[in-house]
Write a protein that binds this ligand. Sequence first.
Ligand code: DAK
Length: 254
Amino acid sequence: MAVVNYEKEGRIALMTINRPEALNALSAEVSGELREAMIDFRDNPELWVAILTGAGDRAFSAGADIKGFRPGPREGPAGGTGEVVRADKIWKPFIAAIHGYCLGGGLELAMTCDIRIAADNAQFGQPEINIGFLPGAGGTQRLPRFVPRAVAAEILLTGDRIDAQEALRVGLVSRVVPRDQLMSTAMEIANTICTRAPLGVRACKEAMIRGYELPLEEGLALEREKVAECRATEDFMEGARAFVEKRPPNYQAK
Ligand code: DAK
């Protein structure tokens, strides 16, 4: 049985981690299947936006599969579970639809997504410290960039969890919705992005992600580069024409 369900609905790719009996823990198999899905999404011109979620009602993902831990240096790709499935290395946008537990590698994975929305039952944490470990798939680096430093330090050093409302308050997620509206909200956001010029969306994501790490002047230079690329696309003129003609644009990703 597949441990990741990979479905396509029009321009939207839906990836669902499917090990609900293990709270969607990220086994090597999950990482492998997620990676395959992400590569297909990246390379398939028909797909414009991805949604990532977890099967069942209890978890987005409770993190790396602790039952698979072995002593000594780890085998496999550098960066482990979280880093082989980096949504932030792909310029098409990812939306994480989070419910239940979003812990350890699960939170690290969610933090590689661009938009995070949460169900009201979501709980977030980096509990690695509780099991003699530290976050190893970007958690010590991304969390302090995403939420205030003191909040990140408390989450990372105590291993305590925060709930959906607190995650919203500190800016870890952009919306909290009732559990039964999680997927429809994610689809709505994905559909909205699909009405925008896809090459513009990708250029925008790339400028945002790469620019965040740069000094302002270099970030602005990167932005100018992306603007120039975008102005050379057919969709750029289609957007302007549609505005003048007072009709919805018909973007072709060209
Ligand atoms: N791994 C494997 N199985 C898990 C799991 C996990 N992370 N989390 C839960 N499960 C399994 C449980 O073992 C249980 O299975 P059975 O015993 O029924 O076979 C089933 O899911 C249901 O869980 P519980 O019975 O424990 O359910 P509760 O409601 O009592 O508790 C809980 C829910 C989320 C509080 C609890 O399951 C829990 O504390 N889970 C562990 C959460 C955790 O510590 N996550 C962090 C994992 S460490 C690296 C990069 C990244 C990482 C590591 C290395 N490198 C680059 C080196 C990432 C590390 C992590 O994520």
